[in-house]
Design a protein around this ligand. Structure first.
Ligand SMILES: Cc1cc2nc3c(=O)[nH]c(=O)nc-3n(C[C@H](O)[C@H](O)[C@H](O)COP(=O)(O)OP(=O)(O)OC[C@H]3O[C@@H](n4cnc5c(N)ncnc54)[C@H](O)[C@@H]3O)c2cc1C
Length: 479
């Protein structure tokens, strides 16, 4: 195809999703990437600088299960581009990969910087513009836009009515009801019709359908892909008529009502957790195991991230907290110490009395410290008003049961997600308004979305980048 005949595509956001889209779109189209910052800068922080770029699950339906939001939508997406395709893509651009034992996949170089460099090298055909995009306007309001059956406007009255409905769409509080009664097939966002008609004539491309305003310039494109990640580009999508599912932090630390200051820095390996929240049943099959870290304000680490992700859409707070129960002795179930299993509490109860009997002269804190870090052993005794230096022989049945309960159902009252350090945003452009086969908007022709800007979020483990690769690929090949 002759260069001039190619359609012009603007990709807003040169993050992992935008760049993936650019790679495939540039095979057919003339691609320009806009980024307010440096392209692929967000990739540098991933996987602690090592870039956990995928997860070794090759069945697309199984892979989709790792996404608390978007599972069904991703069936179609992953059926077109899944883990194996991701690895092939990276191979194609010169990035070798390897899976860890836990199935997380990393570049062999263990360097996000290396991935970034090779990825950017593969985008030589694309043009990069370092500017913040402030607005995206649809130019062909008169040609494409049909609000009810009043279009194209035939007289001044219809023109005025169109202007009002566009304004109302931008500022829904004004005339939301009026719009809901009309069938909206396409949405125009245009500041003024007079300005609109001028731009149609003076645009760089006669076919351009979109006008992009940045902090420095105005540009014209045939198609636009919004790949602005979490939060940043929501207003662009909203101004074009899209619904934004309220963003909430996911994959974040959690703030507890309990004061864990003395436990700050204590980490626990591969422990079990159960979540409780009023009127909500969490599936017992939900594999809630992982590493956890106590912080100055609560908990963090992979297990806390997973819980924050599962509960991202719940409105928990001081009055209505989330309760997490940790089984701190889930590892203490080998044959020597396991005496009986109590089904009712789902905890393998170990023979604590036997251990007390066998160590009569030992301080109780030192006995408990055989199972959990010492500061946690002291904390468990403190919350039960027991003397940490009490000899085991003096621990009676009531004391023993209090200690056991705290060890097997260690209570954490979560009142809020951590204020900072969110890894991913839950929420974004409503999936009902996006065609998963093309990633094209169902409201605006020629407008596409990919990556974190859409209402999809996954657990830790390479899933969020996989969403970027897969949705970026689909948006790209459809240009
Ligand atoms: C610390 C950290 C570690 C992570 N580690 C992993 C990991 O190991 N594995 C994993 O799968 N996921 C990880 N993630 C999540 C992953 O980084 C994101 O899911 C991914 O970056 C989202 O990509 P994106 O392209 O959709 O958006 P982003 O990466 O956010 O990129 C969007 C781009 O758009 C630009 N932009 C935004 N608005 C505008 C505008 N108006 N005009 C112009 N440019 C604009 C931004 O500058 C940015 O470059 C991690 C996240 C964090 C914060």
């Amino acid at each position: 195809m002759d260069y001039k005949e190619k359609e012009s595509v603007a990709i807003i956001g040169a993050g992992p999703a935008g760049c993936m889209c650019a790679y495939y779109a540039s095979k057919n189209a003339d691609v320009t990437l806009f980024d307010a910052s440096n392209p692929l800068h967000t990739l540098l922080y991933t996987g602690g600088g090592r870039c956990n770029l995928a997860y070794g699950e090759y069945d697309f339906k199984e892979l989709a299960k790792f996404y608390p939001r978007g599972e069904k939508f991703l069936y179609s997406v992953f059926s077109k581009f899944s883990t194996a395709d991701t690895l092939n893509f990276f191979d194609e651009i010169g990035v070798e990969t390897y899976p860890q034992e836990d199935l997380r996949i990393f570049p062999t170089s263990n360097s996000a910087k290396d991935v970034r460099e090779k990825f950017l090298n593969s985008l030589k055909k694309c043009k990069f513009i370092k500017e913040k995009v402030l607005d995206v306007c649809l130019l062909d309001s008169f040609l494409d836009c049909r609000v009810g059956n009043k279009f194209p406007p035939r007289n001044d009255m219809e023109l005025e009515s169109f202007t009002q409905s566009v304004i109302a769409r931008r500022h829904p509080s004004g005339a939301e009801e009026a719009i809901q009664n009309e069938k909206v097939l396409n949405i125009a966002h245009y500041p003024s019709l007079a300005e609109g008609s001028k731009s149609l004539i003076s645009g760089e491309s006669k076919n351009a359908k979109f006008q992009i305003k940045t902090n420095n310039n105005v540009y014209y494109f045939d198609k636009v892909v919004i790949a602005t990640g979490g939060h940043a580009g929501f207003s662009l999508a909203k101004n074009l008529g899209h619904t934004i599912i309220e963003p909430k932090p996911a994959l974040t630390g959690l703030i507890s009502a309990e004061n864990f200051k003395n436990l700050q820095g204590v980490s626990l390996k591969d422990i079990e957790a159960r979540i409780f929240y009023p009127d909500k049943n969490f599936a017992p099959s939900c594999d809630l195991r992982g590493d956890l870290l106590f912080t100055h304000e609560g908990i963090s680490g992979p297990l806390a991230y997973k819980i924050s992700s599962i509960c991202a859409r719940l409105d928990y707070n001081k009055q209505n907290p989330l309760v997490i129960k940790l089984n701190l002795i889930c590892h203490a179930n080998n044959d020597e110490i396991l005496k009986r299993v109590q089904d009712d509490v789902r905890v393998e109860r170990f023979d604590f009395q036997g251990m007390l009997n066998a160590n009569p002269k030992k301080d109780i804190k030192n006995l408990i410290a055989e199972f959990v870090p010492k500061s946690l052993a002291e904390y468990v005794l403190e919350i039960n008003n027991l003397d940490a230096n009490e000899k085991c022989t003096n621990i009676n049945g009531q004391m023993r049961d209090l200690i056991l309960k705290s060890l097997s159902e260690f209570n954490i009252t979560v009142i809020s997600p951590a204020k900072e350090g969110e890894i991913i945003t839950s929420g974004g452009v409503c999936l009902d308004e996006i065609d998963s086969k093309t990633m094209q908007s169902k409201l605006v022709n020629g407008l596409y979305f990919c990556g974190e800007v859409i209402d999809v979020d996954g657990f830790c483990g390479g899933f969020n980048l996989q969403n970027c690769w897969s949705t970026g690929f689909i948006a790209g090949v459809n240009q």
